[in-house]
Design a protein around this ligand. Structure first.
Ligand SMILES: O=C(O)CCC(=O)C(=O)O
Ligand SMILES: [Fe+2]
Length: 261
């Protein structure tokens, strides 16, 4: 880190730092998740939850290219040392990905052919003018919230150490259920013995938070029915009358209208 001139320096993500460093996580431990983010519903999965916490270490210029966090989770990112520049975009089905970023039709693959430096030189100015763009610098001791489904790019302005943790807040339960159920080929971070993450999550939620689950599944059904109707409209080329269009929100589960940074 101290003697590196690479344009894209090596960037370390350690998902086992708690075990390796023998840390205790919790109110009286070495660190604990900021309480302002509320309950993490993936906690119902116990040790079968997907990877969820990382120690991130890198020199200046290292960083993360544009992505959305896995399994439609939200995240917090706490800078322990150094500082990070963030640029983010709210999720929206009506808005294309950030300038210079290309996704496959099912959003499973992100192609950002440029290094962070090239993207900043070529697309930063345009991106900053895009509606919804948020940017800022997090310094030591500051914590950033990455809402479910938001695009983000991060670059370390100084040599940095951060801790990040992914979580499922109540507000995004429907998005996570939708992702696990309908994008099962893109689900990541679960151990191999978890064959069906969606079923396991539903089962554990049923045991521990049945009311939340019921509400979220009802929302999911409504969104799926809306998507199906829209599909039929497109395929049949039929324009539905007003009665059919009012309750419909295409891409509801992408959280188009609910995220507040
Ligand atoms: O480079 C960073 O600190 C951001 C990390 C990040 O976005 C992630 O782990 O999902
Ligand atoms: Fe991220």
């Amino acid at each position: 880190m101290n003697d590196n001139w690479d344009e894209s320096p090596l960037y370390l993500f350690d998902r086992s730092f708690v075990e390796k460093m023998d840390l205790s996580v919790g109110r009286n431990g070495h660190y604990w998740p900021p309480e302002s983010f509320g309950e993490d519903l993936f906690a119902v999965l116990g040790d079968r939850r997907p990877d969820s916490r990382w120690l991130i270490v890198g020199p200046e210029r290292s960083g993360s290219t544009f992505h959305k966090d896995p399994n439609a989770t939200s995240a917090w990112n706490a800078v322990v040392k150094g500082s990070k520049y963030w640029i983010m975009f709210p999720t929206s089905p009506s808005q294309p990905p950030p300038p210079g970023v290309f996704v496959s039709e099912d959003q499973s693959e992100v192609t950002s052919p440029l290094s962070i430096a090239e993207w900043l030189l070529g697309f930063h100015a345009e991106a900053r003018k895009t509606p919804g763009c948020c940017e800022g610098i997090c310094n030591e001791g500051e914590v950033l919230h990455v809402p479910s489904g938001w695009w983000h790019l991060v670059v370390n302005l100084k040599p940095s150490i951060a801790i990040t943790q992914n979580f499922v807040p109540k507000a995004h339960l429907t998005n996570v259920l939708d992702f696990l159920k309908n994008k099962s080929d893109q689900v990541s971070g679960f151990k191999k013995d978890v064959r069906n993450p969606y079923e396991l999550f539903v089962q554990k939620m049923q045991e521990q938070h049945p009311n939340l689950l019921e509400k979220a599944l009802a929302e999911l059904n409504k969104a799926q029915a809306g998507r199906k109707r829209k599909w039929n409209e497109l395929v049949n080329g039929v324009l539905e009358d007003d009665n059919h269009t009012e309750a419909f929100s295409f891409g509801f589960c992408d959280g188009a209208d609910e995220d507040v940074p």
